[in-house]
Design a protein around this ligand. Structure first.
Ligand SMILES: [Zn+2]
Length: 132
């Protein structure tokens, strides 16, 4: 996974209303939902691979926020081949979304659970029962 194109980066920022999905700050970085491979890959990320996060939240996704980032779909496990199948939670809106191309579609918590379980199975249930 290499750097996103300028078009993809802008589309992701626009989709996320030009604010950090986690905290609302308006100075943005492109969070790669899928881990960027060591040594770099020729795989250019698409909009569903990306999330708008500020530099602090982006860094925290690799550290203190790592568990939450997985639970909220800000990051996906390395083996996930279709990141658009993992729903994304926007805490400022208290709402779940799924990504489709350059847009996001609001979904119910039930649909998010269904999508998450479809990808992660029991692991997703465990993550979400823990905070229910
Ligand atoms: Zn932030």
């Amino acid at each position: 996974m290499s750097a996103p194109t300028t078009g993809t980066r802008n589309a992701v920022y626009q989709r996320d209303e030009r604010r950090c999905a986690a905290c609302g700050v308006m100075v943005l970085t492109f969070q790669h939902r899928r881990a960027v491979g060591m040594g770099g890959s020729k795989n250019v990320p698409s909009p569903v691979d990306g999330l708008s996060l500020c530099v602090l939240c982006n860094a925290a996704c690799e550290g203190v926020l790592q568990a939450q980032a997985l639970r909220f779909g800000w990051k996906v496990r390395r083996w996930v081949t279709h990141p658009e199948r993992v729903p994304v939670f926007y805490p400022l809106e208290m709402a779940w979304y799924r990504f489709e191309g350059v847009i996001r579609i609001r979904i119910s918590r039930a649909v998010a659970m269904e999508m998450g379980c479809g990808v992660y199975g029991a692991e997703w249930l465990l993550w979400h029962e823990a905070i229910a």
